[in-house]
Design a binder for this molecule. Structure first.
Ligand SMILES: [Zn+2]
Length: 284
């Protein structure tokens, strides 16, 4: 009976997995090295330096995930040519593929905490992407470092022409939940990217003959399972430093430390009893 239940569960999980899909809009860039301008708002009262770190890590997370997927699935090895190259700027400059900037709070939008816009030329090629990130949500929630990294990764997905995933565990799900941990990219995200940049599979140069249907829904082929791509330690935010009391409490509650303390106390009690008894024997 248990075996049957397990089997049914496994089948159901497989069925659910094959249903994960991701909408795409195919307006790729016509080159593979994408320059990213990051404009930190260091003079604004709401600015947090961690937002810049979160953005750089989000960019590195995409670069790493693309390389990992390209090496795991050799048919998509052409993806290894794609990279995001960030530059921190302190003035308005032109010539970048992607511009990332911040606003304190989005006054006009009701729920949005990140926006991505693109300019497409008559040949359906993206020539400019602009990402605007909010430091504070309309609900009043102030973005943490983890929130910011999750939003950056999501918005960069839009610059790669990924729309939204049907799976809530995917970073491209339409709702970005406030979490304690950074969300990994998935095989579905990078597979969708591979479809948008398929022109690179047989050419080093984009031509109008490489054009594809511009809006569609992507699901993983049966040979590729849905999986999350691990995030390297350097692309994760440092854990929040603990207070001395928290650290000490946690240390003393560790099973091995607690056992040692209890054993030592027991030994001391036994020793004290023996010494006391011996004193009585010497001086009856
Ligand atoms: Zn979105």
């Amino acid at each position: 009976m248990i075996l049957g239940s397990t089997l049914i569960l496994a089948v159901r999980q497989t069925e659910v997995q094959t249903e994960y899909s991701l909408d795409v809009k195919r307006y790729p860039c016509n080159h593979s090295t994408l320059s990213v301008s990051i404009f930190p708002e260091e003079n604004k009262s709401w600015w947090q330096p961690s937002y810049l770190n979160a953005t750089l890590r989000g960019i590195a997370q995409w670069n790493d995930a693309i390389q990992e997927f390209a090496s795991n699935h050799t048919e998509f090895s052409y993806l290894s040519r794609i990279s995001l190259v960030p530059t921190i700027t302190h003035e308005n400059v032109s010539g970048f593929d992607i511009y990332i900037g911040w606003i304190g709070e989005c006054g006009e939008c009701e729920t949005s905490i990140g926006q991505s816009q693109k300019i497409v030329n008559p040949f359906s090629v993206t020539i400019k992407n602009t990402i605007r990130l909010s430091a504070k949500a309309p609900s009043g929630h102030v973005m943490t470092e983890v929130d910011m990294q999750n939003i950056v990764v999501h918005e960069l997905g839009h610059t790669f022409d990924l729309s939204h995933s049907t799976y809530s565990g995917d970073v491209m799900y339409f709702i970005v939940q406030y979490r304690e941990t950074v969300k990994p990219l998935s095989s579905l995200d990078i597979y969708a990217l591979s479809q948008n940049y398929e022109w690179m599979s047989n050419s080093n140069q984009f031509t109008s003959s490489n054009m594809y249907p511009q809006e569609s829904s992507v699901t993983l082929p049966s040979r590729i399972s849905y999986y999350h791509i691990p995030i390297t330690a350097e692309n994760l935010p440092s854990p929040t430093p603990q207070s001395f009391i928290e650290y000490t409490t946690e240390l003393f509650l560790r099973p091995e430390i607690l056992t040692t303390i209890l054993s030592s106390v027991s030994l001391l009690v036994v020793a004290a009893i023996i010494i006391k008894n011996k004193k009585f024997q010497i001086n009856p």
